[in-house]
Design a protein around this ligand. Structure first.
Ligand SMILES: [Zn+2]
Length: 187
């Protein structure tokens, strides 16, 4: 189970994010100020953090700076959150190697969750066996430039259809390819 740290000043937004990430099967850690967030970060090592610029005690940018100083090589994804778009804040966040900069004014919580899933590579994938004589299978195989026997060139196994959700385009988009269930190590 992936852990997300939600360090957002506004209680309503914090709870909104909490619900959305719970629905995506995350363990959710919440902090209402920067000091609390820094403590949780060190203790629980979240897989991804969303830090609000307007956090009391330690603001989001200072928090990001502390996180980057603590982990100069192994960079945990951090998304900087702000109520409004301010150019200098965005520049500063990028200088500190934030993975993304989002604003409450321009980005919905659902969109932020989608971006987190992309950053973590959590796109859902499916492996489906196909019957090569059925319906359009032959056409599909030919269009993919594969030989009709649909066997793996390395081990001779039957290839299967592999679908992976392309979250950059939306929940209903998938990329498809043919893979060998033995030789291919895709997630
Ligand atoms: Zn194979």
């Amino acid at each position: 189970m992936k852990k997300v740290l939600i360090a957002i000043n506004n209680e309503f937004l914090r709870e909104t994010y909490f619900q959305l990430f719970i629905e995506k099967n995350f363990e959710v850690l919440k902090a209402k100020d920067g000091k609390e967030a820094w403590g949780i970060f060190q203790e629980s090592q979240p897989d991804v953090s969303i830090v609000d610029i307007s956090l009391p005690e330690i603001n989001g940018l200072d928090l990001l700076k502390k996180i980057r100083e603590k982990q100069p090589f192994n960079k945990t994804p951090v998304i900087v959150f702000s109520q409004l778009e301010k150019k200098e804040e965005r520049m500063k966040a990028m200088d500190l190697e934030a993975n993304d900069f989002v604003t409450a004014a321009a980005t919905t919580p659902a969109e932020v969750v989608r971006r987190v899933l992309i950053i973590l590579g959590e796109q859902k994938s499916y492996r489906i066996a196909i019957q090569k004589n059925m319906m359009n299978a032959k056409e599909l195989i030919t269009d993919f430039g594969l030989t009709y026997d649909l066997k793996c060139k390395t081990c001779g196994n039957d290839l299967i259809l592999y679908l992976i959700r392309d979250l950059s385009k939306g929940e209903d988009y998938f990329k498809i390819s043919f893979i060998c269930p033995e030789c291919d190590s895709r997630p």
